[in-house]
Design a protein around this ligand. Structure first.
Ligand SMILES: Cc1cc2nc3c(=O)[nH]c(=O)nc-3n(C[C@H](O)[C@H](O)[C@H](O)COP(=O)(O)O)c2cc1C
Length: 369
């Protein structure tokens, strides 16, 4: 049985839930074609504003477990998008979400010009500050001018439930969470200078480091509104996409992983989601969407769970043992299996998350009350 990966987003039928996020992997029409080739189920285009951005150099750097960028919005003018790029994006035949920024004045100028190329708009709020008023004005401006669903992309800095509700009340048809996080800094140890070319050297953090923050943000937004929520931030495999959908996301977006690994990543993520659903006996995304919300109001667990060792899976690699701060794990012989000392284990759970061989699980014995 092949699991059903199709998704309905507003009036749009997506053949799968994976799309690029606004950024370099959708910086023009040619990139949009590459994203389609790579297996994306829909397209989001790089945010444009009324003027082409002047972007400092260098503007991207890989850091441990993440990625910093000092890009702004598109370096192409709205005129060149309208003349050259949007028509090329349209040729892909995929649903197209056009990224626009930022203020109500800018949205008022841009939205009517791009309407004929778009199936939906995505408003970026990245440079609007922490006061929600300009964001709400931009949503209202877009809704008053065009007959398209309007997605609003939120940054993770503010209070997600209240911002999400305010955006919904202002007319947003959907939310996208999260944008990159920061500002952040990286320094070249050879020169002592900031690595990015912005005046202060600051940039924005994305990639795997922000995934848990993105997941929590999506989880909270889904609980706060009735409109669909799209998850973005640190997704680079099917498993992260599955978790986002379990948090309640309707679909997911990918930026940093597509920069690092190229456009074929969309299709790879799609295949991995499909594999996950098949392996777990799910028939489609509907069966996993929002699963995590069912436990949203649970109370904290204070009972110690001593992990269970599946001896046949343990090869004695010792990773669990090296990070057991309670010295509760012992290697019985070279090649494993490990032994967990029941009386010393504090049930912190770290070893289970570090084991790469599914040799440990938290379905073990409960202790305490
Ligand atoms: C180099 C770069 C450029 C980006 N440009 C935009 C943009 O123009 N508009 C926007 O809304 N988000 C932009 N983003 C944010 C991404 O769309 C995304 O929200 C964020 O990076 C988190 O997802 P990721 O971890 O998959 O990259 C950019 C991110 C990067 C790394």
């Amino acid at each position: 049985m092949i699991a059903d990966l199709s998704v309905k987003l507003f009036q749009l039928e997506l053949k799968n839930p994976v799309m690029p996020a606004a950024g370099p992997p959708v910086k023009d029409g040619a990139a949009a074609h590459a994203a389609k080739q790579g297996g994306a189920g829909a397209l989001v285009t790089k945010t444009i504003s009324t003027k082409a951005a002047r972007v400092p150099r260098p503007n991207m750097v890989r850091v441990k477990a993440g990625f910093l960028n000092a890009e702004l919005w598109s370096e192409l003018s709205p005129a060149s998008w309208i003349k050259e790029e949007y028509p090329r994006v349209r040729e892909t035949g995929l649903p197209v979400v056009i990224g626009l920024g930022y203020t109500a004045r800018e949205i008022t100028e841009l939205a009517p010009q791009v309407e004929r190329f778009a199936d939906a708009l995505e408003l970026s709020t990245h440079y609007l500050g922490n006061d929600p008023t300009p964001l709400l004005e931009s949503i209202k401006a877009a809704k008053a001018l065009v007959d398209l669903p309007v997605l609003v992309k939120l940054s993770p800095q503010g209070d997600i439930p209240s911002l999400s509700r305010a955006a919904e009340e202002a007319g947003a048809d959907g939310l996208v969470l999260i944008n990159s996080l920061g500002p952040t800094l990286e320094i070249d140890p050879e020169t002592g200078s900031p690595l990015l070319g912005s005046a202060n050297g600051y940039g924005w953090l994305s990639g795997e480091a922000i995934f848990p923050l993105a997941l929590r943000s999506v989880f909270e937004a889904v609980r706060s509104v009735q409109i669909p929520v799209l998850g973005v931030g640190g997704i680079s495999s099917g498993l992260e996409a599955v978790k986002m959908i379990m948090a309640g996301a309707q679909a997911v977006q990918v930026c940093t992983a597509a920069i690092l690994h190229g456009p074929m990543i969309y299709g790879r993520i799609v295949r991995e989601i499909e594999q996950f659903l098949t392996d777990h006996g799910y028939r489609g995304l509907e069966e996993i969407r929002g699963l995590a919300q069912k436990q949203a109001n649970r109370s904290a667990n204070f009972r110690t769970v001593v992990p269970l060792v599946k001896d046949e899976n343990c090869n004695g690699c010792g990773i669990c043992l090296s990070s057991c701060v309670y010295q509760a794990i012992e290697l019985q012989a070279v090649g494993g299996p490990v032994l967990i000392k029941q009386d010393q284990c504090a049930g912190c759970g770290l070893c289970v998350s570090r084991c790469k061989f599914q040799a440990l699980s938290l379905s073990g014995e409960l202790r305490g009350w």
